[in-house]
Structure formats: structure tokens, C-alpha cells
Write a protein that binds this ligand. Sequence first.
Ligand code: PLP
Length: 404
Amino acid sequence: MFDASTVARLRAETPGCAYVTHLNNAGAALPPTAVTEAVIGHLRLEERIGGYEAAAAAAERIDHTYDALARLVNADRNEIACVENATRAWDMAFYALRWQPGDRILTCRSEYASNAIAYLQTARRHGVSVEAVPDDASGQIDVDALRAMIDERVKLIAITHVPTQGGLVNPAAAVGKAAREAGVLYLLDACQSVGQLPVDVAEIGCDLLSATGRKFLRGPRGTGFLYCSSRVLEDLEPPFLDLHAATWTGPDTYEIRGDARRFETWETNYAGKIGLGTAVDYALGLGLDAIGARAAALGETLRAALAERPGVTVRDLGARRCGIVSFTVEGVDGAEVARHLAAHKVNVSVSVGDYAQWDLRARGLASVVRASAHYYNTEDEIALLAASLPAPRAGRTDRAGWGG
Ligand SMILES: *Cc1c(COP(=O)(O)O)cnc(C)c1O
């Protein structure tokens, strides 16, 4: 874990800390100066010498992003594709699958909304079934129930490691063990875990993993990546191909690339890619074990502070929890709580039930406030959040009609 002087240094390297109490790292974390400088530096180079020429001049730094990402998740650099966000990374993998009527997809109740919508579209188009595995008593995915549901028709197990709407950390490696034993493809949405805690694709046993740059990695917006294991690469034909993903080998023939960059497009934001590599280096320099320990400890501190406030209920599920904390204030809808905190320069966000039909809606929650701590946050900032909450009002929030 980081001592006080290290935290002070990390905050000094994060200009935003001087302006806001940023507890919205699950939305977009404050970038360190190094990341912003790397992005701006490349834009300046493009301005001076031209975009193609700047890409050639910065080829080594651009290329380094693949090595950095591979090291971050313990993969090979040929298994990494850089794309513009986590949703596109996930989509490129998911929509590469070929479906037969009757195929089954097993997922989790805390699944991300965009993924759920993609399952439902695929169910409608191809006659496959989508089943959310029940939670266990702690609220994480029930791995025994998952094992019992697996049969020869299950074509994909796809879950979210850390959901967007709460502090739960799903047992991704236990799910991976079940998937491996059954020989079923395993796609992990690691958008909220990458950069926040150690994520090792070998230990987890996933075939595919998607993540974003701007959240706990502290990278630029509009960046993300896909890990595609070399075990499954050749079986996955991307839903879109261009002249970067494939080569036009003859008048009637083409050949798809042999590495994960088959999921990329030719045109890309090079400044963002360099910034992403810089953010990964920064995280690796600090160490993901230390980062994960501090984020989880701050999450616990925040839950304890909230639990002392009258009318406040912490809504996090799971046996293992991280730096994301979800809560409600009795009689006050989530958006109003967030506005109240914003007036005190405390940044949080709101997760609405519509974005989590199988989770928040099923639990009767119209919305929850989401406060998400990262390693550069402090105990004082958490105390400020707790002290800045609006007073509870009589009446219940649980099923209140905040529909937004
Ligand atoms: C934010 C989020 C995504 C989407 O990431 P984008 O980079 O916005 O596409 C996917 N899954 C989870 C769990 C998320 O929290």
C-alpha cells in the first residue's frame, strides 16, 4: 500500500486533485500529467509535421502500447487489439461468434447493459437463449449454479468482472475454471477491474477480455482494448474487416491477419494510443497489487462512513468488494444526491435501474448513487463526501419512480 508521502506525490502528479474531490473513477478517472502530456505532445507533432509523418516518427511509442497492455493482463502482444472503447472491443469479439438456433449464452445478473442488449438482439436474430446465472447468497455469480447449467448447447459464458453499478468483484477465475473444464468460450468484461486490481488472463482463464482506457487505467477518453487468446483467434472472424484487418490478396481473395489486430481498424487516434500506453506504464510502475489494495481499502472506509449516516443504505453485493461503492439516501433520488454533492465539488455518478434490469431493477432499486475511489483519493475526501450528503426525507427511495 502507499504511504502518505506517496499519495501526496501521486496527487501532485494529478492536476485535477486541486480542483475537485473526484469519486467518479468508474466513470472516468482523473489522468496523471504524464498521460495528458503524451497526448498533447503527439497532437503537437501532428500539427508540425503531418499526421502520417508523426505516426512514423512515434512508431516505437505507438508500438510500445501493445507491450504495455500485454504485460498489464499477462498476455502476448499479438493477443492485444487497440480499439476506441470497451464496448467496441467487446462487440468485435461477441459478434464474431456464429450462432445456431438453440445455442445458449450464460451470463450474470450484474451484466453490463450494452452486453445484455447485444445478447437480446442475438437471441431475436438467431434463436439463441440468454440466461442470467443466479447469484449466490453474497450476491456474486453462483459458480455451482453455473456449473449445473452448462450442457453441450452452451456456446458462450460471458460475465462482467466488476459491474458498473456496484462494488462487487465477481469470481472471474472460478468461472474460468468451470468454462475451461467444459470447453466453453469465455468472454470477460473487465472494464471496471483493469487498472483497479490485478487482472491476469492466464489466472482467470478467459479467452477474450475487454477493457477501456479512461476508467481506472486513467488513460484518455476514446481508447480501449481487446485481449483475444491465441487459442481461439483463428476461429473468430471479425464482424467488420478493412485493409488493416485483412489483406486483399487477389481480385477475389483476401486473408485475415494472424494476430488480434484483426479486430482493429486502419484509422485510429494515435495520440490516444500513446496516452493509453503511458497510462498503463504509470499503473505498472505503481504496481497493481498496491493499487488494488488501496482502492479496496478506500472503498471499505467509504462504506463504513456511509453506514454511520442516518437514512443512508449501502447497496453493494458480493463476497469481495472493490473501490466502487453504491448507496441510496432515503427519500432522495440518486440524481438529487449527485447534484447536492456536485455543489460541494464532490464528483459521483448515478446508476439507474434501466441500465441494470437484471440487477438494480430486480432488487427494486430505481437508482443508486455510485462513488468510486481510486488510489489517489484520500480519507479526507471520503469524509467530505459523507459530510456533504443531503438529509434523508421521510418516504422510501426503493421503488420511487426516478426513471431517468
Ligand atoms: C463503462 C463500462 C463498459 C463500457 O465501456 P466503454 O469504454 O464506455 O465502451 C462496459 N462494461 C462495464 C462493466 C462498464 O462499466
